[in-house]
Design a protein around this ligand. Structure first.
Ligand code: ZN
Length: 201
């Protein structure tokens, strides 16, 4: 009983807090599950009626970057890692606007073979990512899981297995158009977690 009462009290307090927050700034609080009264603010639907339409859509459009650190960039290049746990070690890459070309080196820090845990780095518009990944599955490992000549692919490394290293360079101007742009692994199924943002600043 005590627990239930406490929870109810908490719920009420949380609702009150959520309402207050909505009142003055609508600080997006996606964690505030208990707020059925707040007219179902479904994440992603971004209702235009809320007071801060400027804030909400932005937060919805930019996928919450994973909790990984930004890549260390030096001399218009960076080195990132892929692991046997199907992860990159970084969540974002910021390319200096002063660079003409940019080089990404991928180190597979694991030991698993390419056929089981292959990794690559593909650069594309975020909007093109899914189509590239899907076409890549059909292209198969022989093509590094990237459809040959795919016009949506800005750049990509080859697909490597544990202990291997690969790299790719591309003109920075190619990621200065209508973004956002992402880097991801095109091994089947990996793009859902092995992905991050790449932008020029
Ligand atoms: Zn991968």
């Amino acid at each position: 009983m005590n627990t239930i009462n406490t929870r109810l009290t908490f719920l009420a307090a949380a609702c009150a807090m959520a309402l207050t927050a909505c009142g003055d700034k609508a600080s997006s609080a996606p964690d505030a599950t208990p707020a059925p009264t707040a007219t179902e603010v479904a994440p992603g639907t971004a209702p235009a009626s809320i007071e801060t339409p400027a804030d909400a859509p932005v937060e919805a459009a930019v996928p919450p970057a994973n909790d990984k650190p930004a890549a260390v960039v030096k001399d218009c290049a960076t080195e990132i890692q892929g692991t046997d746990a199907m992860q990159y070690n970084v969540g974002s890459i910021t390319v200096p606007a002063s660079c003409t070309d940019f080089k990404i080196t991928l180190v597979h820090a694991g030991t698993m073979p390419v056929a089981a845990m292959g990794h690559d780095v593909v650069i594309s518009k975020a909007a093109d990512m899914k189509a590239i990944a899907t076409a890549g599955i059909s292209a198969g490992l022989d093509n590094d899981y990237v459809k040959p000549g795919d016009p949506n692919v800005i750049a990509h490394t080859k697909m490597i297995g544990g202990g291997e290293t690969t790299s790719v360079s591309f003109p920075v101007s190619k990621i200065q158009g209508d973004g956002p742009y992402e880097f991801f692994c095109s091994f089947p199924g990996h793009d859902t977690v092995m992905r991050g943002s790449i932008s020029v600043e």
